[in-house]
Ligand binder design. Structure first.
Ligand SMILES: [Zn+2]
Length: 668
């Protein structure tokens, strides 16, 4: 082949692949079989291997360029990405419309209703029809450069169709399909990895993953809904914008509608509320925009919100189901929490089988009984909770629930500490506690041993293979016994051993956290490790010595003394040291890390496995700042159980919200 010929051929194959990508991923109507597609793709790869000088950035082969980026560069959007004002009911929406009538001077204003996708907003720039870069929304002015990760999303065209302008900046929402969410979480759980609380967090976590190969595996999708800066001036309405984006090959939601009055919008909203559970995307409302672009421009922007658009949000998602039973969950410190076992119910697209009941007082105060029909609420990231029972549902078959007198795991007496709402199993040989304790030991904020979760730990304990966290370091001698257990393969075993070996080098503070001493989280552990330098000094310290340290109160000091006064605990530490776990401060390794320099966090809600002070300590240790109040400068809102109005602020200002697992992932 002469050089002209092969260039022509490569070009032809690329065009074919772009076309079939478009048919498959955007229009959802493939015209060739997967096998033929692969054949086409492979022929491109082999030609490019033969003539690497002909590889171009827009080649379909370049969707997955490897290389883990150390961090995302920031770049400025060509025009700002606005946030949206919110309304939550018909009345508020009609008030907005009335105000638009007044401000615009028109009696009748055409509106475009669109789905408000619940994903991660991005901006993408095309030059002469070629995708050149893309970024997250960030603060609306500057975002993170996620170009490589966006390239991996097949529904994003690398080359535009039709007649693209010289420069085009488009806005869209990256989502993770709901249908694949459960499957994805199940496979994570099988690997012992943390699961994501909802498709939005998964989309955000995937798009912001530092390794675009991982992003590529995640099957993200996108809906494009608007223009930023562009060199095209002929478009007069939002409706024309959407059609134009379609002609360029973007995936635009088919649900968007041009509507002539606010009542039609209200109907559109109700229809979507009714049907959303059958759609393959998550949404948290609709977006209503004034159709005419010149009217939009005239109305302008107030603060960060354009006057010409509003988000009409879905209500908090509630469902009614039956409370089948109440079970007890036992924590690593022996704390016992009641958990509602529900008849499985679909709430906002997720199947809910369990919900939080907080504590015994909550059950009594809300008069909840077994067999009650109960209202279960799930809002955003939050763990579902039982809110109330339905009085009309009572048939006389309801049974009052009594807190058991004995621990369901070990049979020891359950104790309620005077003046506190918590019940405790105070046995020192309770296997439920031990399972949770080891789960804590291997967790990311402690020894960070990968691939082992509560399920695997339970099997190992039930089979009497381990009886303490130190036994993990002897697992390598029990290979034949373990790989014969159900669900434990050889490859997996080898990965464990590698991760267990690696854990020996975690810092002194993390090793301290791993012990699971009540009230000793990472912040306290950091202070201790810096001040006492090694575990012997700590064991020999008096409560008085401890209380002398900044932020350590009598409660923590007592807890530490109490822990080491138990010879079994001292033996455990000695055993861990003999296996190579480091219980002393390392001047070289424990140096400061400034990963979060300049990043502003706000925390809302409560957390089951982390104390708020720990999260604050982690952020500060990595150079970040934590504020009590949300502002438009906040980078991340960490959302726990029962978040307050901060979550609303974050959502209406498009500030990124993450759950605690995602936060920990950021720190690694
Ligand atoms: Zn027990």
């Amino acid at each position: 082949m002469d050089s002209n010929n092969k260039e022509q051929k490569i070009k032809f194959i690329r065009e074919q692949i772009h076309k079939h990508n478009y048919l498959y991923y955007v229009l959802n109507s493939p015209q060739i079989s997967d096998v033929d597609y692969d054949r086409l793709f492979n022929s491109l790869i082999s030609l490019e291997e033969e003539f690497p000088e002909l590889i171009t950035a827009d080649s379909p082969s370049q969707r997955i360029v490897s290389a883990i980026s150390g961090e995302f560069k920031q770049f400025e959007h060509m025009s700002p990405m606005y946030s949206l004002a919110n309304c939550f009911n018909e009345e508020e929406f009609l008030n907005w419309y009335k105000r638009i009538q007044e401000l615009s001077g028109f009696d009748k204003v055409d509106l475009v209703s669109e789905v408000k996708f619940d994903g991660l907003a991005v901006s993408m720039v095309y030059e002469n029809g070629f995708f050149v870069r893309g970024a997250t929304r960030g603060d609306g002015i500057k975002g993170e450069d996620v170009t490589n990760n966006l390239r991996t999303i097949k529904s994003i065209p690398m080359v535009l169709r039709g007649d693209p302008p010289e420069i085009l900046e488009v806005r869209g929402e990256v989502i993770f399909p709901k249908s694949k969410f459960q499957e994805f979480n199940e496979s994570r759980a099988k690997e012992g990895l943390d699961i994501y609380s909802n498709p939005r967090n998964l989309a955000a976590g995937s798009l912001r993953h530092l390794d675009s190969k991982v992003t590529a595996q995640r099957k993200l999708d996108i809906y494009v809904y608007g223009l930023g800066y562009s060199t095209i001036n002929s478009l007069k309405t939002q409706w024309e914008v959407l059609s134009y984006l379609k002609t360029l090959g973007f995936k635009v939601s088919e649900l968007s509608s041009l509507l002539q009055n606010p009542q039609h919008v209200i109907n559109f909203y109700s229809d979507l509320v009714k049907n959303i559970s059958t759609e393959d995307f998550s949404a948290d409302g609709i977006v209503v925009k004034i159709n005419k672009l010149d009217v939009q421009k005239r109305l302008g922007v107030v603060g960060k919100d354009p006057r010409w658009a509003i988000a009409y949000k879905f209500p908090t998602i509630k469902s009614v189901t039956r409370l089948k039973n109440i079970e007890l969950s036992i924590g690593r410190t022996g704390r016992i929490s009641p958990v509602a076992i529900l008849e499985p119910v679909n709430i906002g697209g997720a199947t809910v089988k369990q919900a939080s009941l907080h504590n015994f007082d909550y059950i009594v105060n809300n008069d909840l009984k077994i067999n009650d029909l109960v209202v279960v609420e799930r809002a955003g990231d939050v763990i579902p909770k039982v809110v109330s029972f339905v009085p009309e549902g009572r048939k006389g078959l309801e049974v009052e629930w009594k807190f058991p007198a004995e621990c369901p795991s070990c049979g020891s007496e359950i104790v309620r500490i005077a003046g506190e709402s918590a019940h405790l199993c105070i046995s020192s040989s309770c296997s439920a506690q031990l399972k949770r304790l080891i789960e804590h030991f291997v967790s990311k904020s402690a020894m960070n041993i990968e691939g082992i979760g509560l399920k695997q730990i339970s099997i190992l304990i039930d089979n009497k293979i381990i009886s303490s966290s130190a036994d993990l370091y002897c697992l390598k001698h029990k290979k034949s016994q373990i790989i014969n257990l159900d669900g434990f393969g050889e490859k997996r075993f080898d990965n464990w051993i590698e991760s267990i070996e690696k854990s020996k080098s975690v810092s002194f503070s993390r090793a301290l956290v791993a012990l699971g001493i009540p009230h000793v989280g990472l912040e306290t552990a950091e202070i201790i490790s810096k001040n006492f330098r090694n575990i012997t000094h700590l064991i020999n310290a008096s409560e008085f010595d401890l209380v002398g340290l900044y932020s350590i109160g009598p409660k923590i000091a007592h807890s530490i003394k109490n822990y080491f006064s138990n010879q079994l605990n001292q033996d455990l530490v000695e055993k861990l040291i003999s296996f190579g776990v480091r219980f002393e401060f390392d001047e070289n390794k424990d140096e400061e890390n400034h990963k979060f320099d300049g990043i502003k966090f706000v925390i809302t809600g409560s957390f089951t496995n982390y104390k708020r002070t720990d999260l604050v300590a982690i952020i500060k240790n990595l150079g970040g700042t934590v504020s009590n109040n949300m502002s438009t400068k906040t980078n991340y809102l960490i959302v726990g159980d029962k978040p307050g109005s901060k979550l609303d602020f974050a959502q209406s200002n498009q500030i990124e919200t993450i759950n605690v697992e995602e936060f920990i992932e950021l720190t690694l």
